[in-house]
Design a protein around this ligand. Structure first.
Ligand SMILES: Cc1cc2nc3c(=O)[nH]c(=O)nc-3n(C[C@H](O)[C@H](O)[C@H](O)COP(=O)(O)OP(=O)(O)OC[C@H]3O[C@@H](n4cnc5c(N)ncnc54)[C@H](O)[C@@H]3O)c2cc1C
Length: 445
């Protein structure tokens, strides 16, 4: 693995313990169970620390920086496996005790919360004002504000609502050296100069420890409808997606779901509408007129629709697949990539659960290989072939999940992205000693 070269002293764990514990304001230290819970790719942290205030986060970072200790920031720790395995022994810094809802301004439609606040709790507060934070990460009850931003999690409504990056208007971080940095603020238009807060979106904790964030909110729609169309084959689904794209429709999401190999009616196109009641009904009717004769259309009740949306939201995170991939292609190429996946499945004997935000061109694939394989060699070759299919269509493929025994042999990110040198220099500026999640990000950052 090509880690960024940084000169770091040997970690002084005893010195760190002394700095953190011999003070009147000591943070809570994790138990043995916490060491297991915050393991990253099977590697347990040396310490788990739960700071309960920003000064405590600062003290952890100051000490870690001075004592040569690597830090992996965390929320609930459910998705820490994203990125490369940790290159050296580390401390897990979980923000879950820093979880206050700081400010909700219904009139300005903004929400400020500490990084450890869980998304479900925040949604429950703002819904009282007829508002929502329009992100739908898997398991919102286990998603912290910091994890949401750092893992750049979104869901089906990304098509109409954008991503966390579009909603984040202010962020406060504790930097690697323990200093506090703020970007943006609590009003919607207050960024003069570079909008540095956006840098933390999807940075996987490599640039700073998020301690507080402010988001724009949206008004809850008056009505919603969910329509599911089951198609006999990929060609049927592709035709329908094409007609939806060019029709006078404004869906809130367009999802394509498939299990491969597809037995019979293996493809479902699920379309959501949200807005004024009459408009939603009109749009659902327009969609019905686009459905082909062999396809089966179901207009779901509100309750069924809610359950389907929750399933679409959570499914990519379910179970322990040997391999979880995120592919990004142009929306018009989703069908071509699905066809490539069908060919790959037929060739390698795996089963796959596929879910695409078809309107955005983001495809998540969970691959279960046949049992009797050399998993490392099999998985590595399968990733290479599927990545070649994605890049052949002008897209990219990232490995989001892989079992710890397989992950070290995989190329998680694909070739170096444009701007890698600039990214490395941003990392060096914000974290010169390479304390934060070092080596876990693209290009060994
Ligand atoms: C493909 C996929 C697979 C998933 N698999 C599972 C699963 O198997 N089980 C499950 O329960 N959930 C899973 N999830 C969903 C997951 O529960 C949460 O949505 C996600 O983990 C965020 O939770 P968290 O806040 O605990 O962040 P964590 O999982 O703790 O961290 C996520 C990332 O954010 C960084 N980070 C966290 N907090 C901060 C901070 N304050 N400052 C800086 N960086 C920070 C971490 O270093 C890490 O890179 C999955 C999600 C996806 C998209």
């Amino acid at each position: 693995m090509n880690h960024e070269t940084v000169t770091e002293p040997a970690p002084d764990w005893a010195g760190l313990d002394n700095d953190l514990l011999n003070t009147a304001d000591a943070p809570r230290m994790g138990t043995d169970a916490d060491l297991a819970r915050f393991a990253v790719d099977g590697v347990r942290p040396e310490r788990v620390v739960f700071p309960g205030s920003v000064p405590q986060v600062q003290r952890v970072m100051e000490s870690a920086s001075a004592r040569g200790v690597a830090v992996v920031p965390a929320g609930f720790g459910a998705h820490l496996g994203l990125g490369a395995p940790p290159g050296r022994p580390f401390l897990a810094l979980s923000l879950v005790s820093l979880n206050a809802l700081v400010d909700h301004q219904p009139a300005n439609m903004t929400l400020t919360a500490e990084a450890g606040a869980c998304l479900t709790r925040l949604q429950a507060v703002v819904v009282g004002a007829g508002q929502w934070l329009p992100v739908e990460p898997p398991f919102p009850d286990r998603t912290s504000v910091g994890g949401l931003i750092s893992a750049d999690l979104s869901g089906p409504s990304r098509f109409s609502q954008g991503t966390v990056r579009d909603l984040l208007i202010g962020v406060t971080v504790v930097r690697a050296d323990g200093s506090v940095a703020k970007s943006g603020g609590r009003v919607v238009k207050n960024v003069a100069g570079y909008d540095l807060g956006k840098l933390y979106c999807g940075a996987l904790g490599t640039l700073g420890v998020i301690v507080e964030a402010t988001f724009k909110l949206r008004t809850l729609p008056e009505a919603r409808a969910v329509v599911r169309v089951t198609c006999g084959d990929m060609a049927g689904a592709e035709g329908l997606l094409g007609r939806i794209r060019t029709a006078p429709l404004e869906p809130s999401f367009i999802e394509l779901v498939a299990r491969l190999p597809a037995a019979g009616s293996g493809y479902a196109v699920v379309v959501g509408f949200a807005g004024a009641e009459e408009d939603v009904a009109d749009q659902a009717a327009t969609l019905s007129s686009l459905v082909g004769g062999d396809d089966r259309l179901e207009e779901l009740s509100e309750q069924e629709g809610g359950a389907v949306v929750a399933e679409l939201r959570d499914t990519p995170a379910l179970g322990e697949p040997v391999l979880g991939l995120k592919v990004s292609v142009l929306p018009a190429r989703v069908a071509a990539f699905m066809t490539a996946l069908e060919d790959e499945g037929a060739r390698n004997g795996s089963t796959m659960a596929v879910q695409a935000h078809a309107g955005n061109g983001i495809i998540r694939v969970r691959v279960s290989p046949p049992d009797d394989r050399d998993l490392r060699g099999w998985t590595s070759a399968a990733v290479d072939r599927m990545r070649a299919a994605a890049t052949g269509l002008g897209g990219t493929l990232v490995v989001e999940r892989a079992s710890p025994d397989v992950k070290p042999v995989l190329d998680l990110w694909g070739g170096p992205p444009e701007g890698l040198e600039l990214m490395k220099s941003i990392k060096r500026t914000l974290d010169p000693k390479g304390v934060l999640s070092s080596g876990r990000f693209i290009g060994g950052i």
